[in-house]
Write a protein of this length. Sequence first.
Length: 200
Amino acid sequence: MRARLRFTGLALAISAVATAAAGDNADAQHVQFADPPRAVADFSLTDQRGHALALSKLRGRPVLVFFGFAHCPDICPAMLQTLKAAHASRDPGMRRARIVMISVDGERDTPAAMKAYLEPLSKDFIGLTGNAADVTRIATDFRAIFFKGPPLNAAGDYNMQHTSQIYLVDAQGRLRAMFFEPSVETLVTITRQIAEEKTS
């Protein structure tokens, strides 16, 4: 499922920067800006090394947040490859950004499982996992959804259904943009724009 939520209070305001990043208006439609920027409530989950990590610890740099799970058959690999390609860019603004994947499948995604899943992509990626109640609360703040699908077989295997957006949080901890299957160029350009903002 690729649910695309309507975000109350978030205006669709594609800027000239988004258009330039996309190269045409079609790809610019893959970006939705938070207008006005909205503070994201701080939270703490367990990272892939087994340590507690709070979102506030990443302040001072942009953060790209993605909700997914290690057994995901299609959406997660595609979005993570986009994030990997963007992170590999030589763009200094993009290089400052942190990439965070929050697991929606804490039942299976232990810290060790998250490490095994993300490390081949990039040792710089951060994987966070926790119990369902905590992750549901965090996802709700981002206006993301996920739920456990029905059993796939007698062994009880299952998939998680979840939204596929990538969320851009600025250096001050505010939600600034949501990306819907963006091109690498769009992801890099918008992230750079946010990273280079001067704060008072």
